[in-house]
Structure formats: structure tokens, C-alpha cells
Design a binder for this molecule. Sequence first.
Ligand SMILES: [Zn+2]
Length: 356
Amino acid sequence: MCTTSDWPPYHASDRARALHQSLWVADLHADSLLWGRDLLERATRGQVDIPRLRDGNVALQVLAATTKSPRHLNIARNDDRSDDVVLLALALGWPPATWRRLLPRALHLAARADDLAARSDGAFRVIRSRADLAAYETARSLDPGLTAGLLAIEGAHALDGDPANVEVVADAGFRMMSPSHFFDNAFGGSAHGIAKGGLTDAGREMVQRMEARRMLVDVAHASAAAIDDILAVAGRPVVASHTGLRGIADNARNLTDDHARGIAETGGLLGVGFWPTACGGDDAAAIARAIRYAVHVAGIEHVGLGSDFDGAVPVPFDASGLVLLTDALIDTGFADDEIAKVMGGNARRLLADVLP
Ligand SMILES: [Zn+2]
């Protein structure tokens, strides 16, 4: 399902290669923890593993925990009755606690990331705090081959209905969470749900608890009503970790210009997605055009990358091919300092500000 239209080796201009090597690249969304591949090994399927993050000069990859996913999922309308993640849990031998409850699934995926770090001989680490980030920046300035992850949750149904479980996922190191994924839940409506409502009372409590724990609220997949509610109550930066804009691709999954500006006004970030219904095409040039539009609407300080690598959507290149995007951004007319911001500088600045 995680198809890639072009495989390495990737060919970019000398200028793009030199610029790309100088960047601190960050991507706000990948589902690579879910599939059971050992991410220490270079794979010939999927889009992210440690060797390919290193080849792509990726400094930070947000790794999201998906805990429940409906059968036959689609972007228009899904209910919460089916659960394909349980099939993965059984097939991959996850602990029995994960079979019926969702919180243990999120904790299991966090443990997988920590296990990956422990086995990586220092090549990969999980960032949980400003102190972690600062230490990592120093280490990476000496060894540019290092890479890191930040843990996120895709859909607050992972809290098993109880907003107090924000404390549990924050303690486990999750630093970003979207209220919903493909279906409406106890906290808020999904853009792909049935009722597509706003935040519930439990959802408001969740946002308060997340902000108190310095977790980023992510509006990716949220219904329009839920985004309205989140922007109304948010006291800290809000992100859309992986998104498109309706001005580029007009569908319910993508942000209106008003929502994009509202996110920018919180000091947050739009992670521009790499898949066709987000960026409006199937190559690096299309992603660069979508980024140009996002910058036009939200401002150069508020746009980043939200690939959705390993998210069961087709993308033009894997993590090792991000130099192609740097090349396309040059062709689109961005200055080097603007490219540095979009490719990861903005995410780095935000995390240095918001992490505990
Ligand atoms: Zn997603």
C-alpha cells in the first residue's frame, strides 16, 4: 500500500545536493512504526528506515502511532465498527493487552521506537524534551549521519475514551496528537467520519491537558467543526502535521485558507503532504507548488513537510529522496533561506519552543 513512484538512486542538481546537505531536515508525519519492519534495516519496500533517513539527511522524523483503522477506509465517510490494526497486532505478535484496547497499542509503538534507539548504536534517538533536542543538535553538528524521531499519536481514540490518559501518553514520550483519525471518536469529529462534529467536552479537556503537558495539538484528519473549536480554545501552537490545502486540491481532508491562516496565527505549522490528493500531483514539482501555495496563505515561517511516508498512500520518492524536493523548491523560485525554513528549520524552531 505504501507505494513509491521513483526509487533510489535519485538524481538532483549539484546545487540542490550542496544545499540539501546544509539543511536540518524535519518531516512531521510518518507511520513507519506500524508495519513491523525492523527500521534499522534498509528495506526495498515502504519509505522510511534509519539508513534511508540518513541518506535523505533527515534530522528529525515524526513517527506516529496509529491505533485503530477502519476496514475499507476512504476520505468521505467511515464509522468506528471495524478495526484493521487488530489484524496487524495479531499478525505481528503484539502483546495481548493490545488486542482489545487502544492505549496499550500506542504504548507498544512507543516502546518499539525506544527499542529501535537502543539497538541503533547511537545512530537514532527519540527526542522528548528541549534538553534532548539541544543535546542532539550538538551531537549532529559533529556527526551529520545521526537521525532522530519524535513520537505522535494519530487519533485520540488511543486514550480509550478517558482524557486523563493524556498523562499516560505524555509520560510515555508522545509529544503530538490529533483528536481524530478516520472516524469520529469521543473527543471530536473526523473529516472522514459520519457526523463530522466539533470537539466534545472530553475533547476540550484533552486539549487543556495536552497543552499543560506541552504536547502539540494536531488538526490533521479533524473535521472542519473540530478545527474551528480547536483554534478557538488553543492557547499554544497548533499544527496540521500532514495536510493539503483546498486551494491546491479541493477535498474534505484538506485545509481551507482560513484554517491554514488560523493555524499560522497560533504560531503553528502546516506539514504539506506528499500524496496526490494533498499536493495535487505525483512528483516533487507538485509538492513544491503546494508548498508555494501554503507559504502564500500562511507565511514562510509556518510551513513544513508532512510526507505521510508509510501511511498507505502513494508518494513520489522515499525518505532518501528528499533532495528532489529541495531541487524542486529551487526551481519554484524559493531562496535558500526559505528552503531551509520549509525543509525543517521551522519545525526545529517550533520544537525548541514548545517541547517540555
Ligand atoms: Zn494520517
